[in-house]
Design a protein around this ligand. Sequence first.
Ligand code: UD1
Ligand code: CA
Length: 464
Amino acid sequence: MLTSLETHVVILAAGQGTRMKSKLPKVLHRLVGRPLIDHVLQAADAIAPSTMTLVIGHGADLLRSAMVSRPNVGFVVQEPQLGTAHALQQAEPRLAGRQGTVVLLSGDVPLLTGATLRRLVETHQAAGAAATVATAIVERPYGYGRIVRTKGRIARIVEERDASPEVRQIREINSGIYAFDLAPLFEALRGIASQNAQGEYYLTDLIAIYRRRKLPVETLVVDNPQEIRGINSRTELAEVSHIVRQTKNEELMAAGVTIIDPATTYIDPDVEIGADTVIHPGVSIEGQSRVGAACEIHSHVRIVGSEIADKSVILNFCLIIGSRIAEGASVGPFAHLRPESVVGERAKIGNFVELKKTTMGAGSKANHLTYLGDATIGERVNVGAGTITCNYDGTRKHPTIIEDGAFIGSDTQLIAPVRIGKGAYVAAGSSITEDVPDGALGIARGRQANVDGWVERRKAQGKD
Ligand code: UD1
Ligand code: CA
């Protein structure tokens, strides 16, 4: 019957996050590419709650607009922000007439896993507790509320600022994550006072109140204390980012990826990388990127939301966004692949080459100093140094098509829309404004004139 209990999630996110010294609400600061609040919502999804409520205040409008893709999240506004107990009280209207378990989360505790939340709910419901506090034993308890126990049972929670030197020695801390039975909750919250160092209504005071009323209070000590790290400052944000990166790097190395310097390698949690790929120092791989097996990603490459197939090589200092690179291709050094670019099998993109919405067919090459935008390039095409697709007329973008086996001489401008036919040649230095048929040579430049004896005549005129 326990499983039939409804669960309701409430997430506290109204605080200013004073210690961040930021205009942005704290929970919108990003951890490995995603706002803190996103991480928390993802964990909450794991317990499939009947309702999800976000308590907002500081930066309320920014938070609402950040949540547009989450129609299941309801909002209550806490104004002014008088403490965590006061924050939870604001959710009462949304939970009126409901029953079951309220799971309270903090918007600034992003590493919490769905598995831990499920255990919290199970522990709480199995014990028939009025409140269950998720706690952890940590080396450095500074800043957290401490769990004070009598005869092994939780008696109360004391905030750092209100703690005596003895209580400060306690290493069991409050994670700020709880399960509550809805029935006694809101009535009991009204009994909390604000006589403490911060003059706030502390939710943590509820524990002593429940114990006085002989209501059962449980704890769940989480196995991995990292999971409940709260973020209050930019230093803590950096520390937690480090934990996430380290975990990801270790996972990848265990799966057969060589990471030469994990300390300078930034790989987002959702990235997939195949075995025997080598990642050099200073590489960032972000978003939903996939890198195949046996690839080599050299130093200072940034890959965002892209797919790189097996056996490809990305040389130093490339930026690759929203693009696909097929098997055995080579890109860089110093290449820029802008969104919707596709590099075919064994194709080569060399130094100082920029691609935008461009497809390069298998085995084609653009090795030096080139801009290819809105272009569709066939197989085995050679694009010479300094080629530019003039794809923009100041108002609209136009396509360039280069068919299989064509050869574009160096320093060519392809003024789009334009098509270079199969196997056609374009002479170096041409400004091509018209299509070049299959197998033809297109040449469009001023003819060279040599003036015989010019140097001698100039000398004779005494000009040198
Ligand atoms: C809180 C706990 C502390 C615990 C720690 C864990 C209290 C009194 N203290 O302290 O025991 O160890 O979390 O991380 O609960 N918030 C509101 N409205 C408010 C105040 C806060 O929505 O009026 C929100 C904040 O935006 C934040 C969360 O509640 O998301 C926690 O608030 P914060 O001020 O960070 O509490 P801590 O001092 O970390
Ligand atoms: Ca906090």
